[in-house]
Design a protein around this ligand. Structure first.
Ligand code: ES4
Ligand code: ZN
Length: 330
């Protein structure tokens, strides 16, 4: 109870959040109505009832269907503004969010519409809610490397509005090495990169992310725990893992929350953090993720501070900003 209060009140950074995954069923219906989009579901409750998944792909099918209501700049703004107001309640003070431009380009939504709507909300969140931000363009790994390269080229006019690049969607069969040329180009351009690896994919995909892409962070990384040599490499490199407990539960990456490896990760010296991934689909925002951990694992005050500190340390902000946030924790 006391721990929960501490977790809720701590200033926090969220480093692993797909903005399209914060699309709540209520907003889906509101935007569908506004845009004249026909939905396959008759009500908010019917849509929410479809949020039961056995694996990553089952979730992704629903996730890509859900975003079909995002058409206009205002839709991307409304989506992002709703997320920021929601996490403001959770005392989130810094966010680094992904968006999936290829999923919208495929539907004919221009990149400038997407970026402009998302950034207008982010700037307003900075001004009115005091939430600082980074925006990460994430490539879809089930598409080709050429499609990712094309998207990187299309984004050229917006490079000053982007802070880094990511890699998400169906992991199995789409290893990091498939995108070696794209991420080499991102690095040449001076961007930081982070890729989903070891969520469903094997430890080898995490090695590839390190050796072939030179990633700055790993998203998820759970299956690194199967390989002690890999764990020691991640520890040695001080690499941040953006772990998503409720996501892992909903996508059956873990059997139950009591089996979640996050405390074992901390014990080994891994820089694990707590994130919500796709909060509208996985049953909660950052504080809900902390609550689930506290309820099911022997979490201590020190764990909570460590997790919150890891997020600020792993954030793509200056050392002075990190220090200021970390001082606020104590
Ligand atoms: C995602 Cl949980 C997860 N994994 C991979 N790709 C994604 N896109 C949105 N959520
Ligand atoms: Zn993710």
């Amino acid at each position: 109870e006391e721990l929960l209060q501490l977790a809720e009140a701590m200033p926090k950074a969220e480093l692993h959040l797909h903005i399209e995954g914060s699309l709540e069923p209520e907003l889906v219906f509101q935007l569908a109505e506004r845009n004249g989009v026909k939905l396959a579901y008759s009500s908010v409750d019917a849509l929410r009832a479809a949020y039961a998944f056995n694996n990553l792909q089952e979730f992704l099918d629903v996730y890509y269907a859900g975003m079909s209501v995002l058409l206009k700049e205002q839709d991307f703004y409304d989506l992002t503004w709703a997320y920021l107001n929601r996490v403001h309640q959770d005392h989130v003070v810094h966010v680094e969010i992904f968006f999936d431009p290829q999923a919208h380009l495929e539907r004919g939504i221009p990149l400038d519409v997407q970026i402009s709507g998302i950034r207008r909300a982010l700037e307003q969140g900075q001004a009115e809610l005091g939430i600082s931000f980074r925006l990460i363009l994430s490539f879809l790994r089930h598409l080709s490397e050429d499609s990712a390269l094309e998207t990187l080229e299309l984004a050229r006019p917006f490079y000053d509005q982007l802070d880094g690049f990511g890699l998400d969607s169906s992991e199995q069969g789409h290893p990091p090495e498939k995108f070696a040329r794209v991420f080499a180009r991102c690095k040449e351009l001076g961007f930081r990169i982070t890729v989903h690896a070891g969520e469903e994919g094997p430890p080898d995909y995490v090695y590839q992310a390190l050796d072939q892409l030179q990633v700055d962070r790993i998203d998820h990384g759970n299956r690194s725990m199967e390989d002690e040599v890999l764990v020691q490499r991640l520890v040695g490199a001080g690499l941040t893992l953006t772990v998503c407990p409720l996501s892992n539960l909903k996508l059956c990456v873990v059997k139950d929350m009591a089996q979640h490896p996050i405390l074992s990760m901390l014990k080994k010296g891994l820089k694990a953090t707590v994130n919500s991934d796709d909060p509208a689909y996985f049953g909660g925002y950052v504080n809900d993720n902390y609550r689930a951990l506290i309820q099911h694992l022997p979490v201590t005050r020190d764990h909570l501070y460590q997790l919150a500190r890891n997020a600020f340390e792993g954030a793509w902000i200056s050392d002075d900003e990190k220090e200021a946030h970390i001082n606020e924790l104590n």
